[in-house]
Ligand binder design. Structure first.
Ligand code: PMP
Length: 283
């Protein structure tokens, strides 16, 4: 494994950052998770765009151009000889003094890891997954905009732990108004009367690239999609439900807080979307 850090490649054991890096000390940084399917990096342009938008929002200037960074990502994939896998692209504020002041950090740290990923066992894609509502809420949009994919995941991690303690693998998070925001590392969709709905980003959802891909597929299949307001009632009474994310892909949800969704099996529209999604990755 060859890991890129600021222009150099290192083996797994030697790939290190400073203990004074504000990414480590304060979670000050942004990142992307990107898939490689059949030798091609999926939606690279979209991920690079989102990374630069996240960085701009936190006043972090990435010291190389989007085009150059895209090439470095592709080169790192090539060097690692990965046909299928996952890229973690991280830009931290960099090495600085103790104290949160980011102006003490002179140079952002750019890290690219190319590895494998398997978030959920195959059976969940086939049979669906059970989730709970977490009591940990999504950070309000007027504190940190949810479209910033930052290195601050602690409230999502707390929600994930709640899921695990309840014997589930994932949790849905509400915003502070009690509306559905997203899952801890995925967006959430419901199907009701053959139409798709997902919470709008201002309710606390990341503007997911898989979510946008699903919306594109739905448009192609003539399925109406709404970016809207959802409550737990809407989830419980949905005909179908699924989560989307780069790591998770599209995963059917069949039970939420003990309520069966639809007939308790992955729904027809979910299965259609999964099929089309997989077709996008054929070499
Ligand atoms: N929400 C959160 C909180 C995430 O971390 C992610 C990415 N894992 C997503 C949604 C899904 O976004 P994407 O489809 O761009 O991976």
């Amino acid at each position: 494994m060859k890991i890129y850090i600021n222009g150099e490649y290192y083996g797994r054991a030697d790939a290190r950052v400073s203990v004074f890096d504000h990414g480590l000390l304060y979670g000050d940084g942004v990142f992307e998770g990107i898939r490689i399917y059949n030798g091609k990096v999926f939606k690279l342009k979209e991920h690079i765009e989102r990374l630069y938008h996240s960085a701009k929002a936190i006043l972090l200037e990435i010291p190389i151009s989007k085009g150059k960074l895209g090439k470095v990502v592709l080169n790192t994939v090539r060097i690692n000889e990965k046909e299928n896998g996952y890229i973690r692209l991280v830009v931290t504020r960099g090495d600085g003094l103790l104290g949160i002041d980011p102006t003490t950090c002179n140079k952002p740290t750019i890290i690219i890891i190319v590895d494998d990923i398997k978030l959920y066992a195959e059976e969940y894609y086939k049979n669906g997954i059970e989730i709970i509502t977490a009591s940990s809420r999504r950070i309000p949009s007027d504190c940190i905009d949810p479209r910033i994919k930052s290195m601050n995941y602690l409230n999502n991690i707390m929600a994930k732990l709640e899921a695990k303690q309840a014997g589930c693998l994932e949790a849905v998070m509400l915003n502070i108004e009690g509306f559905v925001a997203e899952c801890t590392g995925d967006n959430i969709f419901i199907v009701k009367n053959n139409e798709l709905s997902t919470p709008a980003p201002y309710h606390g959802a990341l503007d997911g690239i898989t979510m946008q891909t699903v919306i594109e597929i739905a448009r192609f299949l003539d399925i109406k999609t709404h970016e809207t307001t959802l409550t737990r009632y809407d989830l419980y009474n949905a005909d179908e439900c699924f989560m989307t994310g780069t790591g998770a892909e599209i995963i059917p949800v069949i039970k939420i807080d003990g309520r069966l969704i639809g007939n308790g099996k992955p729904g027809a529209i979910t299965r259609r979307l999964i099929k089309r999604f997989q077709k996008l990755h054929v070499a």
